[in-house]
Design a protein around this ligand. Structure first.
Ligand SMILES: *Cc1c(COP(=O)(O)O)cnc(C)c1O
Length: 390
């Protein structure tokens, strides 16, 4: 069957035509005026997207590279940090921190649960020497949204930095860096930014830069102070990912024409739509209250093989979705609806899910799931999006 391919995964995500065309442009040289103009053009767009007046630095790496750059620049081995471990990506913060010789206080969450500001507050009270809280804005492995705004209220004015992996939040749900007192915000290109993988973006607050100057990191690559100086000359330290940055410029133009507000509104509506459709199919949602926008995680009943559902959805309907991560590989399905995804993609996703489910022996009598989903979408579009910890 010739199906239209629909990528409903939590990264990589579909790429809009304007961005694809920009990616296909002729190569330009990364030390010449043409390229510097691209760098100059993207900076205000990135600052708007991050909600910051600080510089936003492009790094040539996947999102994890920016996490690594943050840890190795901000902390000296032996320092203590609190890590929120809400799933695989929280676990990654801990692993990077431990690899760098940090002492880690880990706050492990139940699957599908967000951390509470109270729990982080207690940990900080017990560990007054903790230099930072490391957290995901959105824990993509579970589809959980952590209360970053509340954490910022806790760490602001203390000597604890708030370091936020915003890889599945930036450009998807509000995460304004300056307003929420985030000291380090980072993201990757292949999720909300609608670009191919391979580019990361990172920004630090003034006090985070002070901390980097204290630490004097020995990094040759990922030397953020040197990267920052080069960024002021509209360049990167080493050869720039030229095409990705040209694509980013086109993507930022799309954000600007649509307006961030309407992007968040759409993301919220697609999230409500997917959740309504999934519920109407008689399936359970993994994240009950603090759920990510741009990704819906479904908990399957016992005896139902998520792998088989995903295979049917992809092979027969052209819809590519993701399984769970780690222990949840077969018992969880994650439907991505971030970036360049619209209501019709979600309808296709829900239908493919239903057909896959039926084939996998989890027959659902649901009839009105598409109507229910569309109704939820219309209602959410009209109602607008909530303050962020929904
Ligand atoms: C995707 C993702 C990552 C990993 O990014 P890579 O680009 O694969 O290195 C890290 N954190 C979160 C929250 C993510 O969603």
């Amino acid at each position: 069957m010739f199906n239209k391919l629909r990528l409903l995964t939590p990264g990589p995500t579909p790429i809009p035509e304007d961005v694809r065309l920009a990616l296909a442009r002729d190569m330009i040289h990364h030390r010449k005026a043409d390229f510097k103009r691209v760098m100059e053009r993207i900076q205000p767009g990135l600052q708007h997207l991050f909600g910051t007046r600080e510089q936003v630095l492009p790094l040539s790496c996947s999102g994890t590279g920016a996490m690594y750059a943050a840890v190795t620049n901000l902390f000296a081995p032996g320092e203590k940090v609190v890590v929120v471990e809400g799933g695989k990506f929280g676990e990654r913060w801990r692993e990077i921190a431990q690899a760098h010789g940090l002492r880690v206080v880990s706050l492990v969450q139940e699957p599908g649960e967000a951390v509470t500001a109270a729990a982080v507050g207690e940990a900080l009270a017990m560990h007054a020497d903790a230099r930072a809280v490391l957290v995901q804005a959105s824990e993509t492995s579970m589809g959980v949204l952590h209360p970053v705004r509340e954490l910022g209220a806790l760490t602001n004015g203390s000597n604890t930095l708030l370091v936020v992996d915003g890889i599945s939040a930036v450009g998807i749900s509000p995460c304004p860096m300056d307003q929420w007192h985030i000291d380090c915000l980072l993201t990757g290109s292949q999720k909300g930014l609608m670009l191919p993988p391979g580019l990361a973006l990172l920004s630090l607050s003034a006090r985070a830069w002070d901390k980097v100057r204290d630490v004097k990191p020995a990094n040759f690559y990922f030397n953020l102070l040197a990267e920052r100086d080069k960024n002021l000359e509209h360049q990167t330290l080493f050869t720039s990912p030229v095409n990705l940055l040209q694509g980013l410029a086109a993507g930022l133009d799309l954000f600007r024409t649509q307006g961030l507000e309407s992007v968040y509104r759409k993301q919220w509506a697609l999230t409500k739509m997917t959740r309504a459709g999934v519920r109407s199919l008689g399936l359970d949602l993994l994240a009950k209250t603090h759920f990510t926008w741009g990704l819906t995680s479904i908990k399957l009943g016992p005896g139902i093989d998520g792998g088989a559902i995903l295979k049917t959805a992809a092979d027969s309907y052209g819809v590519v979705m993701a399984g769970g991560q780690g222990d949840l590989k077969k018992s969880v399905i994650r439907v991505g609806h971030m970036g360049h995804v619209d209501w019709s993609d979600v309808l296709a996703g829900l239908h493919a899910l239903k057909m896959g489910l039926t084939q996998a022996g989890g027959y659902s009598a649901a009839r009105s799931y598409l109507e229910d989903a569309l109704r939820a979408y219309e209602e959410a579009l009209e109602g607008g999006y909530p303050g962020v910890e929904a």
